[in-house]
Design a protein around this ligand. Structure first.
Ligand code: NDP
Length: 446
């Protein structure tokens, strides 16, 4: 088996050299899915996984725009249309200086499995640009978004490819992108998700990824007769996913000790309350500032510059910032300090070494493609509401989200249950694979 897996990885690597993030995501899936393919004759010999790792289409384009000093800036925009076997391409846009093809291909590849797990009809895609919105004025961000959409609009559409937000793309950016799409196409359609609720957005979409991570974590704990109530939780990041993961932890009675950004972390020994969390939201969403500013209002909180939060003693860790933010050494520290459950809010935040350590130590470990699927699930619900020209209530969407997270958990149990433990990585990879593979088999060699 090892020989088959290594041969496959070697072949994919030869075509995707200098794409470490993409190869990391492919390797993890291959290790779980190839043994399953070998055991299941209908998939064997069809080169399904080799087809899945090859994007259906990759777009790369120039984004030129004028900054506030009237200087011309040039960025590179992308859209990776990875797989449309079960529905139109669906996945977010990321604006961050470290965006490149490797990062977007790993995200688009993960998205195939995640979208499949939601049970909604959505294919996998991802896009973005190496643009850094930090420190840019609103008008600069608007000009950038307009220029970006002026090329992207011809490749997307409500039945073709429906982008959403991700790192650096929140409600402000979705608004500017939607406005430009509408102007260019002269039509009002659900071409983006994450829209404002007065112009086609779904209630709970901003909260969905963070809430979903906590719903999934609670499912894992309840499956073991435990619960998140009174548990000490540490969260990395302080963006969209982290904020609403923290909010749901508070709703369910957990104690959130820490949040972070790329400059360091804030530690609240007694835990954040709602007022303190609102202050984090104000700093990050309205002032667009740094997390350290929190200390001005709450001087008893500890700020550790350029440090990651994994050194804090906790029961549960929710990495909600970015890829590869939790290394093998971090995992060792977490486990040594008594952490017994990890729910990934970000995409691929744990390195392979960290995942191995968690699995070896029988930690309840939820991979992002399962635990952070709530965001794209509610995006799918937003698309459904746009097609129906109808809006569901907050309660209705939240109930649907909870049910989807619970169903994803069940799928992971179906394919990932081992003797005395559940391997959620294996469960998510195989469950996500099966639906897409069946559609690809039915649709012939395309
Ligand atoms: P935001 O842009 O709202 O927030 C990102 C957070 O991560 C910020 O606190 C940011 O800090 C921090 N961060 C970014 N890069 C780094 C880095 N290199 N090192 C340390 N911290 C970093 O993004 P989201 O909350 O939307 O996304 C977070 C993660 O969740 C990403 O992996 C994304 O792909 C994933 N995700 C998001 C979904 C969504 O619906 N938004 C859906 C599913 C997954 P700073 O402010 O300093 O940059």
């Amino acid at each position: 088996m090892e020989k088959i897996i290594n041969g496959f990885i070697k072949e994919v690597n030869s075509r995707n050299q200098n794409e470490p993030e993409f190869m990391q995501a492919v390797t993890e899936v291959a290790e779980n899915v190839i043994p399953y393919i070998v055991q299941n004759k209908i998939y064997y010999g069809q080169n399904i996984l080799l087809r899945m790792v090859e994007p259906e289409r990759v777009l790369s384009f120039r984004v030129a725009w004028i900054d506030d000093n009237e200087e011309i800036q040039v960025n590179r925009g992308y859209r990776v249309e990875m797989n449309s076997a079960i529905g139109p391409y669906k996945g977010g846009l990321r604006f961050h200086p470290n965006v490149n093809l490797s990062v977007l291909k790993f995200l688009a590849f993960e998205q195939i499995f995640k979208n499949s797990l939601t049970t909604l009809p959505m294919g996998g895609g991802k896009g973005g640009a190496d643009f850094d919105p930090k420190g840019r004025s609103d008008t600069e961000v608007m000009r950038f978004c307009q220029s970006f959409m002026t090329e992207l609009f011809r490749h997307i559409g409500p039945n073709r490819d429906i982008p959403a937000g991700d790192i650096g793309v929140g409600s402000r950016e979705i608004g500017y992108l939607f406005g430009q799409y509408k102007r260019l196409k002269n039509e009002f359609t659900g071409v983006l998700t994450g829209k404002g609720t007065s112009w086609g957005g779904s209630l709970i979409r901003p909260e969905a990824t963070g809430y979903g991570v906590v719903y999934f974590t609670e499912e894992m704990l309840q499956n073991q007769g435990n619960s998140i109530k009174d548990k000490k939780v540490i969260i990395s990041g302080s963006g969209n996913v982290a904020q609403f993961a923290a909010e749901k932890c508070l709703d369910l009675g957990a104690k959130v000790l820490c949040m972070s950004d790329s400059s360091g972390y804030i530690y609240e020994k007694e835990g954040f309350n709602r007022e303190k969390l609102s202050h984090i939201m104000e700093i990050k969403n309205i002032k667009r500032g740094r997390i350290q500013e929190y200390q001005k209002k709450y001087p008893k909180a500890i700020f550790k510059a350029n440090k990651k939060p994994w050194e804090i003693v906790c029961d549960i860790a929710l990495p909600c910032a970015t890829q590869n933010e939790l290394t093998g050494n971090d995992a060792k520290v977490l486990v040594k300090n008594g952490c017994f459950c990890v729910g990934e809010g970000a995409n691929m935040p744990s390195t392979p070494g960290a995942i191995k350590h968690f699995l070896d130590n029988k930690i309840f470990f939820a991979p992002g493609k399962a635990s952070n699927a709530g965001g794209v699930a509610v995006s799918g619900l937003e698309m459904a509401q746009n097609s129906l020209r109808y809006s569901w209530s907050r309660k209705e969407v939240d109930e649907k989200l909870k049910k989807i997270m619970s169903d994803i958990h069940k799928s992971c149990l179906e394919f990932g249950s081992e003797k005395e433990h559940v391997n959620y990585v294996k469960g998510a990879n195989i469950a996500g694979f099966v639906k897409v593979a069946e559609a690809m088999l039915a649709q012939g060699v395309v």
